[in-house]
Design a protein around this ligand. Structure first.
Ligand code: C5J
Length: 226
């Protein structure tokens, strides 16, 4: 069987390759001076997943899986930012304010870019999203449907916010979703653990979770010798 050993049971791999979706591996969430830090978080906790995301991305490229990178961001005029999203968070530095890496969480600013070590390559989709979920107000559904993609492998930050929201949106749209445990992180390690437990509970109510080694092994065995 072509499968990845996973919780709550094996994630079967079909002939149609899954897409890798890397959520919000941006300077704004992973480096000091961005949105995550402005909210009072220790960004090194989120950055801890970078090597695992790199390993997953390298394998996805080698095996020619479709690859999607998302960025949470807003337009410079903030017209796509709900008023209450703007108001919440730190009063000292809010979305749109000038920070050390440019305006916080604004498309095109240096701090909004995906970190250099995970920068998208030609042929990979870089998707801007104004919400926490990757489907809200984006072209993701069209992109996946046009390519007949049915299975999604998730990585990125933060586990319980944008990763979880995107996985739930995808699950409701009928995609089979697998989260790679070492390739996701939270500013709150206990939230990551609880989130993964919730996603896979009740027979995989939202989807599957697997270790990095098991995921790489399953993908290599399924697609490595084509
Ligand atoms: C947050 C995200 N946490 N990418 N965004 O605001 O999870």
């Amino acid at each position: 069987m072509r499968a990845i050993a996973a919780k709550p049971f094996a994630f079967e791999l079909s002939l149609k390759k899954p897409a890798l979706i890397i959520i919000d591996m941006q300077r704004d969430f992973l480096e000091p001076g961005g949105f995550g830090a402005a909210l009072g978080n220790n960004v090194s906790l989120a950055a801890a997943c970078i090597p695992a995301v790199q390993a997953l991305l390298n394998t996805a490229r080698e095996l020619q899986l479709p690859i999607i990178h998302t960025r949470e961001c807003h337009k410079a005029d903030l017209s796509d930012c709900p008023p209450y999203k703007l108001k919440r968070g730190s009063a000292a530095l809010r979305i749109g304010d000038a920070g050390p890496m440019g305006r916080i969480l604004i498309d095109g600013e240096p701090g909004n870019a995906i970190i250099a070590s995970l920068a998208p390559m030609d042929g990979e989709l870089e998707l801007t999203k104004p919400g926490k979920g990757a489907f809200y107000n984006t072209q993701l559904q069209d992109y996946l449907q046009q390519r007949g993609i049915e299975d999604l492998i998730f990585a990125g930050v933060t586990t319980e916010v944008c990763v979880q929201t995107s996985m739930r949106e995808a699950n409701d749209r009928g995609y089979r979703c697998l989260l790679v445990e070492e390739a996701t992180a939270s500013y709150f390690p206990e939230f990551k653990t609880a989130c993964i437990n919730m996603l896979v509970a009740q027979g995989g109510i939202v989807g599957w979770a697997a270790g990095l080694a098991q995921t790489l092994d399953g993908l290599q065995k399924a697609y490595g010798h084509e």
